[in-house]
Design a protein around this ligand. Structure first.
Ligand code: LM2
Ligand code: CA
Length: 477
């Protein structure tokens, strides 16, 4: 199934990395629903190992399938799903079914107090025992599909999804989550599982819950984490028949473009032509929780740490029709293992200050940045239209329309953009949405004039705070 199950008039997924269920429920009601967001990827809900230093990645080492993590308990999870659905925002759960924990030098205790003995593969809170796992071997050769799927990823004990008990246990876990009212799943480490086993599991999943407002016969939206940049023994094309796949090339290409490594003019035919999967099969993003932490070289992806280029990259993603977009809402970090903001008792702290209504304590909240949330609105307004009126200066200034509903321009040159450019919008004065809002008929930011022939006065200074301007029919003054 490749239908996101978004509520009509809602679009764009946000990954609220390590947020608590109670905070997410509140965010659905006070912000995400009103801004027209489509869905939320929540951090894993299943009980995970407690690593003494509390890195973010402890949540990718499950101890059981009890719904009990630092994000909250089962009751809080159910209430969150209920409230978010009411607000028109769907929930997608990140599930870890490829593996359990690795071995550790300390006793393994879960966030729900379950005890496990990894060396003997004893996860009694599931329960799993040695017969449910592949024999121990490590993944070193990514050209060998057998090794990638049957050996251990960074020492994580590898479940055998062809085993009947394993299959049935995973199916039961997923179906219980579906009954709680979620709309789908992110399948962690999908590349490390056999497509045929995944196909079996997906085929046994229930329809979405009609008790939670889904029409009857709706299937869970499944997007699979398959990192395929080309040149490995396993291809994303082995998975996109079963569900959607994460298109990792997307964010790298756009980041390269905004960094000036590749000229923006080439993005005229961005999409499948660039070796990416068909649009509907592609879950796209600029950065995710993994690659925002791996700052290797100039080829790495943009993140909140480089805000001007990052906001341009996100604006391009949300303005362009290719793929199903996801943005990440991060917490600040200085080293890549650092966990989310927490207090002295190791409890997660809330992102939003009651006093100021904005994000505090190291939570970045990209999804609340005006330049990003206003582009969510843009995407909703231009939904169903195609790219037209493409313009470029032969290098790093580009612009395009979406039908007769929206127009956007980018300048990543070291000189100003100052042009009359053709749009398909009707003549008038528009409030520019990157620099401000339309409030009571007035623009709080820039204004853009469109003349009777559809030409807009487009001006983006090279040293402006933002390198993008965007207008759409909802903000004509
Ligand atoms: C994923 N997608 O397919 C997640 O997006 C990614 O974040 C997960 O790795 C990975 N698969 C497994 O679920 C993260 C993190 C790793 C971390 C693992 C397990 O990126 O660094 O590995 O979670 O917690 C850590 C240590 C590693 C160690 C391992 C086992 O970094 O050095 O290996 O735990 O103790 C000996
Ligand atoms: Ca595996």
């Amino acid at each position: 199934n490749k239908d996101t199950n978004y509520v009509p008039g809602h679009d764009v997924m946000v990954h609220l990395l390590e947020w608590k269920w109670t905070d997410i429920a509140e965010e659905c009601e006070s912000f995400l629903g009103l801004k027209g967001y489509g869905g939320i990827q929540v951090s894993p809900i299943q009980e995970n190992i407690i690593i003494p230093t509390r890195p973010w990645w402890e949540r990718y080492q499950p101890v059981s399938y009890r719904w009990l993590t630092r994000s909250g308990n089962e009751r809080q999870f159910r209430e969150m799903v209920e409230k978010c659905n009411q607000a028109g925002v769907r929930i997608y759960v990140d599930i870890i079914i490829n593996h359990m924990t690795a071995d550790h030098s300390f006793p393994v205790i879960g966030t729900g107090n379950s005890i496990a003995d990894p060396p003997s593969r004893d996860y009694s809170a599931v329960p799993y025992n040695r017969s449910d796992f592949h024999k121990s071997c490590s993944i070193v050769d990514y050209n060998d599909p057998n090794q990638v799927r049957n050996c251990e990823l960074v020492g994580l004990h590898d479940l055998d999804q062809s085993n009947e008990h394993v299959k049935q246990t995973i199916i039961k876990f997923m179906n219980d989550v579906i009954d709680a009212g979620v709309a789908g799943f992110r399948i962690d480490a999908a590349k490390h599982m056999w497509p045929s086993d995944l196909n079996f599991i997906y085929s046994r999943l229930k329809n979405l819950s009609t008790n939670h407002g889904f029409q009857s016969g709706k299937r869970p939206y499944i997007y699979q984490e398959v990192i395929d940049m080309g040149g490995e023994g396993i291809s994303k094309m082995e998975y996109n028949d079963l569900g959607v796949v994460t298109e990792f090339r997307y964010g790298f290409e756009i980041s390269r473009g905004m960094r000036g490594i590749n000229s923006l003019k080439w993005f005229k035919n961005f999409g499948e032509m660039w070796g990416m999967v068909p649009s509907n099969d592609a879950l796209v993003f600029i950065d995710n929780h993994d690659n925002q932490r791996s700052n290797s070289d100039g080829g790495s992806v943009l993140t909140y740490k480089e805000p001007k280029m990052y906001k341009m990259a996100i604006a391009f993603m949300l303005a362009h029709p290719y793929g199903i977009p996801r943005i990440i809402s991060s917490f600040a970090f200085h080293n890549k293992d650092q966990g989310p903001p927490s207090d002295i008792h190791e409890n997660l702290v809330s992102p939003l200050s009651i006093k100021t209504g904005s994000c505090v304590e190291g939570w970045i909240c990209e999804h609340r940045w005006r330049q990003i949330s206003n582009m969510v609105h843009f995407r909703k307004v231009v939904n169903g239209t195609v790219v037209s009126e493409w313009w470029d200066n032969g290098n790093n200034q580009i612009a395009f329309s979406r039908g007769n509903t929206g127009f956007i321009a980018f300048n990543s040159e070291t000189f100003d953009l100052n042009q009359k450019l053709h749009t398909k919008l009707s003549s008038g004065v528009y409030c520019e949405i990157i620099s401000g809002n339309k409030i009571n008929g007035n623009c709080t930011g820039k204004t853009v004039f469109v003349d009777e022939n559809g030409y807009a006065d487009v001006k983006i200074l090279s040293d402006a705070e933002d390198g993008t301007i965007a207008i759409h029919v909802d903000v004509s003054r």
